[in-house]
Design a protein around this ligand. Structure first.
Ligand code: GLY
Length: 335
């Protein structure tokens, strides 16, 4: 089976390596779409049955927060409640030099705030079975500062160690999701990502209709089962026969970004990588030219490894990457 992967980020680089992807879509037996944009534009519907990606209808789970809320409400899936729907007015308390009032008339809503521990679960659906991968944690903020800007993700690791109650309730939620997709006649084969928060039960913060980045790099580092065989089983609608096996310890991904990311990353730096066979490097915004490597965007490299304590290994590697304007999070650890 030849598999073609649509997309050019580090997530897609990891998938391409795991499935030994082919170079041309014309010769492919299976096509996987990585990024959300072509999925939400309906590329899976255009390609047809040899495509592994959510169809346009269910891609609204990511592209329309109201579609996702309605879907969850119909199936009793817990999620933060909507407390106000547009139009509404937000007023800051105190003196704001005339800038304390914002009027919201477009399609938007305010939802309740839930404070808690977050995890991500990536699942693969084949129309009958939802195959769930090990829970992961990602680090979306640029730094440990709670007001730091959100990024596409600066690091991720798996597995997240859960209590028995958390595990049991996660199983209940994932069964609910599977039943909901079946009840709604979802007939796509594709990935669904649940962003969950714990507050005595799991609440869904968001759905994505694709694999996460950098969660995928950590997951594929951790997976012992052949990812290509999993995808073939999905395409043949026999995910119920797949048994997932993982390595021991933890698997993690640390992103090396360009300074200035996410607003205005510095580009054009020459990059030289240290030699360490224990660390796998996936290129994102990095370009090979005349045998040399250059940064061309925000998240440049994904560094991955598996061990009992992977982040010190990854941070040591990141420190030794030669790139003038590099930035990576030094505070991250398995928690
Ligand atoms: N890391 C979060 C995402 O892929 O959306």
């Amino acid at each position: 089976m030849k598999i073609f992967v649509v997309g050019n980020g580090a997530r897609e680089a990891a998938i391409k390596e795991a499935v030994n992807a082919c170079e041309s879509i014309d010769e492919a037996d299976l096509v996987i779409i990585g990024p959300e944009k072509p999925i939400c534009e309906g590329l899976a519907d255009e390609i047809g049955s040899k495509c592994i990606a959510v169809n346009k209808k269910f891609s609204q789970l990511e592209s329309s927060k109201l579609f996702a809320k309605d879907f969850m409400s119909r199936h009793g899936i817990k999620h933060p409640k909507i407390v106000a729907r547009a139009p509404f007015v937000v007023k800051q308390d105190g003196l704001c030099a005339g800038k304390g009032v914002t009027v919201h008339t477009q399609d938007c809503f305010v939802e309740e705030y839930i404070d808690g521990e977050e995890i991500s679960v990536m699942s693969l659906f084949d129309g009958k079975t939802l195959l769930n991968f090990v829970p992961l944690r990602d680090f979306k903020r640029l730094s440990a500062d709670k007001d730091a800007p959100n990024t596409g993700g600066m690091a991720a690791y798996c597995p997240v160690v859960l209590t028995k109650e958390q595990k049991d309730k996660l199983d209940v939620y994932l069964k609910q999701l599977e039943s909901a997709l079946i009840a709604e006649g979802a007939d796509f084969t594709g990935f669904i990502y649940s962003g969950l928060i714990w507050s005595g039960d799991w609440y869904v913060l968001e759905y994505n209709v694709r694999l996460g980045d950098p969660e995928t790099q950590a997951l594929l580092t951790h997976l012992k089962t052949d990812f290509k065989e999993i995808l073939i089983a999905a395409a043949q609608k026999r995910l119920d026969t797949v048994k997932l096996e993982y390595k021991d310890g933890f698997s993690a991904c640390l992103v090396v970004a360009a300074q200035g990311y996410p607003d205005l990353p510095v580009t054009g730096d020459r990059i030289e990588l240290p030699a360490d066979p224990d660390v796998k490097v996936y290129l994102a915004n990095a370009l090979q030219k005349d045998g040399k490597l250059y940064s061309i965007g925000g998240r440049v490299l994904s560094l991955c490894t598996n061990s009992d304590d992977p982040f010190p290994v990854l941070k040591a590697f990141a420190k030794n990457v030669k790139m003038e304007h590099k930035y990576y999070r030094k505070d991250i650890h398995i928690s």
